[in-house]
Design a protein around this ligand. Sequence first.
Ligand SMILES: C[S@@+](CC[C@H](N)C(=O)[O-])C[C@H]1O[C@@H](n2cnc3c(N)ncnc32)[C@H](O)[C@@H]1O
Length: 195
Amino acid sequence: MKAYYEHRAPEYDDWYLGEGAFSARERPAWREELEALAGALRALPAARTLDVACGTGFLTQHLRGPIVGLDASETMLSIAGARLPHARLVVGDALALPFGERSFERVFTGHFYGHLEDEQRAVFLTEARRVATELVVVDSALRPDVEPEGVEERAVRDGSRYEVYKRYFTPGGLSAELGGGRTLHDGRWFVAVAA
Ligand SMILES: C[S@@+](CC[C@H](N)C(=O)[O-])C[C@H]1O[C@@H](n2cnc3c(N)ncnc32)[C@H](O)[C@@H]1O
């Protein structure tokens, strides 16, 4: 997964913006829902936040309070740096967070949790709970046209291909996995839960 996203970083935002390879995708009400998700994130109380696997900072930009963004990809972080001039950005591993206990009030993670397999998931949740009391997870919503979990083949613009493990969630299922939580967004494309 790390190699795929490092490679895809320069075109990652095309997914959100419906540009490049995503311009031909039929995604009804995608933009409207993305704006609703952004609104739900902006409505969260300001908090000292660690955004784990922040990518290009596309969702990070809506979080209020002092932000640290962590990602394994230097290219992702260089794009995030231009978008988030006030955030501290750190290259690191989400499964071994380089921070002490309770360094943050909130861990936020977008479209990362659903790429983790069983064991990695347990490590990530332990790490998230070690460094913060609250965990907010945004991920892809389970829809009729996708399998709840599987390995997906992903292509990058230069023609290279990767296999990526991916899951899709209902708010209730995600909340149950996180040990109980509050649904922040329940849409056709995205779910968000605070636990
Ligand atoms: C689907 S992108 C999500 C980016 C952003 N959070 C968002 O919601 O748009 C997944 C991100 O996870 C990062 N990543 C993958 N494995 C990682 C790891 N072990 N530690 C930290 N970041 C990782 C990738 O570099 C990529 O930026």
